[in-house]
Design a protein around this ligand. Structure first.
Ligand code: ADP
Ligand code: MG
Length: 409
């Protein structure tokens, strides 16, 4: 059987019209000789009656401290409703279909409620129904622990479900359907003339996703990459070819044309970052203090970013959610920190920048032209990050996009 895993995000299944478009994509795949396995997210966004955030808010209004176990039971409902509605839609059109929860589909996870990881997939139930010719619809974002508890996979978890099923079924493709035409050179909500990439490598999309391009979950990419299953990102609402994500091996075999000297794949942003500057003594005393500082933060489980260590100063950033905790840890360990809230991380991502001189110069140039101060910077061989004030974030993304993408570097 030629399996095709098709995953549809929240906006795709939000309205009856959207669900008709979804059904049309599934039926087309079936007519083309594929056995579609459909993974759905919950319907719509916060405020829509069966959206996951709506369910969360309903319970949080009663009690903010509901246990993660109960939250997972609640959060697993949205996808169940959505999946049953999808089966109803397909069967009305004359296509036999069956719905499976994550647990029924054999998505086995660890027991980390609200952020569980898939350990393995037991695809027997999916296979059985598929052999009977039914279109199998699976609830995304959820699984079952070995102890039999219902778990959810964290934000973007439906992508991970689709990827894991794709690997378990050895699918021809994993198709991620969403509300944009594919993987673009920047978030189209910020850059109106962002361009859709025809082909990107697993590594490029992983980088983009990790740096904030939430179009596909980085974990999903890691999973399909292990078995070289090609992933495509497409729009539910058009017939555009979308973006093919594949290995650089495929790309360089020459069968796929990727702009060879593409320096930058895309520009990304992550808002809500807080910068900390901590002065320490210089000399041997300072070394001891810095050790104490990093140890304290590590013990508190706070992950740091943009870390710069100087002889008499330490600078780093944390996510806004943990900034209060970080400040507390610093105070308890005897440090006085300068705290700069309201920052954002903007990144230029591209495997092609390795060894290309002048990328940083162009970044500084582009931001200076817009009078955007760089609070801090960092780089690896595939990414350059700058920390900017959040109010400058969108302008910074637009400036870098103009510089590297529209400027056709
Ligand atoms: P879904 O509900 O289908 O999973 P998401 O909201 O998770 O959809 O992902 C799609 C959104 O990702 C788009 O609407 C777009 O605003 C955003 N996005 C951010 N960066 C990018 C990018 N580089 N390319 C495409 N979309 C992006
Ligand atoms: Mg998503």
């Amino acid at each position: 059987m030629k399996f095709l895993v098709q995953k549809f995000g929240g906006t795709s299944v939000a309205t009856p019209q959207g669900r008709e478009m979804v059904a049309a994509k599934v039926v087309t795949a079936k007519e083309e000789g594929y056995m579609p396995v459909v993974v759905v997210s919950a319907m719509g966004r916060n405020g829509d009656p069966y959206a996951t955030d709506t369910l969360i808010n309903m319970v949080k209004q009663i009690n903010r401290n509901v246990s993660p176990r109960e939250m997972d039971l609640l959060m697993s409902c949205g996808e169940i409703i959505s999946g049953v509605v999808m089966v109803a839609t397909l069967e009305k059109m004359g296509y036999p279909a069956v719905f499976l929860t994550g647990a029924q589909a054999g998505i086995i996870t660890d027991n980390h409620f609200t952020e569980a990881r898939i350990l393995r997939v037991k695809p027997e139930a999916v296979l059985k129904h598929a052999r009977e010719g039914k279109i199998v619809v699976v609830a995304g974002f959820q699984g079952i622990s070995e102890e039999g508890e219902i778990t959810t996979l964290g934000r973007g978890g439906s992508d991970t479900t689709a990827a894991a099923l794709g690997v378990a079924l050895n699918a021809e493709y994993v198709d991620i359907y969403t509300d944009v035409e594919g993987i673009m050179t920047a978030d189209p909500r910020i850059v109106s003339d962002a361009v859709t990439r025809e082909v990107v490598t697993y590594d490029e999309i992983c980088q983009l996703a990790q740096e904030g391009a939430k179009v596909v979950h980085p974990r999903a990419v890691e999973i399909v990459k292990q078995k070289n299953i090609p992933l495509r990102v497409k729009s539910t609402f058009s017939d555009a070819p979308g973006t093919l994500v594949t290995s650089s091996g495929e790309v360089y075999k020459g069968t796929i044309d990727i702009t060879r000297d593409r320096t930058i794949t895309g520009i990304t942003q992550i808002p809500n970052i807080v910068q900390f500057k901590v002065n320490t003594s210089a000399g041997p005393e300072g070394l001891k203090e810095q050790r104490r500082l990093f140890k304290g933060l590590a013990l508190a489980g706070i992950s740091l970013d943009f870390i710069n260590v100087y002889p008499d100063q330490v600078v780093f950033t944390v996510k806004e959610e943990v900034a209060g905790k970080a400040a507390q840890v610093l105070e308890n360990t005897g440090f006085i920190a300068e705290v700069i809230p309201g920052c954002a991380k903007v990144a230029a991502v591209g495997a092609g920048m390795t060894g290309v001189p002048g990328v940083m110069a162009s970044i500084v140039d582009a931001l200076a032209r817009e009078n955007i101060p760089i609070l801090q910077s960092s780089d690896s061989h595939t990414t350059i990050w700058v920390l900017v004030r959040q109010e400058d974030m969108e302008k910074a993304v637009q400036a870098l996009h103009r510089e590297f993408i529209n400027g056709a570097r």
